[in-house]
Ligand binder design. Sequence first.
Ligand code: F6P
Length: 522
Amino acid sequence: MALINTNPTQTESWKKLTEHFNQLNTTTLTELFQEDSDRASKFKIALDDVELDYSKNKISKETLDLLVGLANDVQLKDAIEKYFSGDTINATEGRAVLHTALRSTSEEAILVDGKDIKPKVQTTLRKIRAFSNKVISGKWKGYTGKNITDVVNIGIGGSDLGPDMVVEALKFYKNKLNVHFVSNVEGDHVAEVLRKINPETTLFVIVSKTFTTQETISNANTIKNWFLKSASIFDVAKHFVAVSTNLEAVYDFGIDKNNVFPMWNWVGGRFSLWSAVGLSISLAVGFDNFKELLQGAEEVDSHFKEAEFDQNIPVVLALLSVWYNNFYGAETEAILPYTQYLSKLPAYLQQAIMESNGKSVDRNGDKITYQTGTIIWGSTGTNMQHAFMQLVHQGTKLIPADFIGYKESLHGYEDHHRKLMANYEAQMQALAFGKTKEEVHLELKTNGDLDKVNQLLPFKVFEGNRPSNAILFDKLTPKSLGKLIAIYEHKIFVQGIIWNIYSYDQFGVELGKELAKKILKN
Ligand code: F6P
């Protein structure tokens, strides 16, 4: 069954939210905290090893109730049902959206075209496990009989960003295999990777749902030609494997039938790291860790399906984002992980969020008159504090920010971790509460700089009243990473439902591809 069409701006809740916004807009975060000393514990959701503290948002209990009302007005509950049960919610492409089935351990069948997809998923997982074990253990040999030492993932977009981000994020858990990523059609990218590897000991994983993507096929051909300079065509089977839906094209490339891992059209590229697209993850950290990643995501799936909306982490994050995007006119959101391991998270989320919700036509096919997809950007703390945070603190734009932190560090440098987490807290406090004229005045006086008050005071004031979310995990593990990714996946879904758009197609990337082909022919 199709998703219902509701223009969110025509709902009762939207009207009430508009009125409410006009009242609340003049109340600052400092005032909201003064009004309710218990605010920090009220606007908090705990889910095992993760806690969302959203108290430093420009909301009251009434805001939250009205936003939940909006979710009800657009029948979010019903949409979630359809999402998980395999309805064709990607209607413009005539497909279900079932990345959640890839991590589901329940026995319940999920039907696509009348057939249960669960057995296929399990068979593929077993194939990923067997293959990863063979390569990691050294049973899988290269064409000269040597063990594999390096893996190169050849793909782009969803066939690159997810695995690349996760492999980087889970570096602490890595085994002896070195995993590289080649994505750009720009030849220096592939050339630099080729400089690092030996054809005798490298495995190439070509990941392309369509197996027609210009960048991926160009890189795969360049790499195969490079490989064939030292090996023979009969050695290709030992060094090239593929993940794709386009089996014919894969076989044409010369890949052995046994070395093809399936993809399915009910999984969108940007949500596919849980499938065989994650093969390079399983190779990098082992299948058990890959399974843990999936398990973390499955736990969030259950939470998302079952928790009341005001106790539901992805729903609350989505509602807050709608609040800022559609009522405060915020255009961007910052993703600020306080771990170097998550340095690739902002780029990954840019595709996931912006390719999904960057739409200006609603589910009726009508031009939209309200704002949709947010612009995502970010970097790791504390580095970004010394880079772009000036603008977030004192610039003219409202930029809601997600601070992602971990209670425990992985390598155990306690002193570093205490400093890191002090900065994590400090940034959110500074954004929310700022520094008043009086405080600046007192500070200048205490420092013996009273003579500079007239000159410096306005520049040193921090208005504050800038929102942030704290998403705090116990520790960065494969499982907690799976949770983090799934939280954002479901946030995307909820926003697409509220904005009445189709989040799972990406026609907007096609025109550029077509024109590039034409230009290339001339
Ligand atoms: O150009 C966008 C896109 O279609 C993404 O949605 C996708 O993840 C990427 O290209 C790669 O596509 P493929 O896996 O088919 O090579």
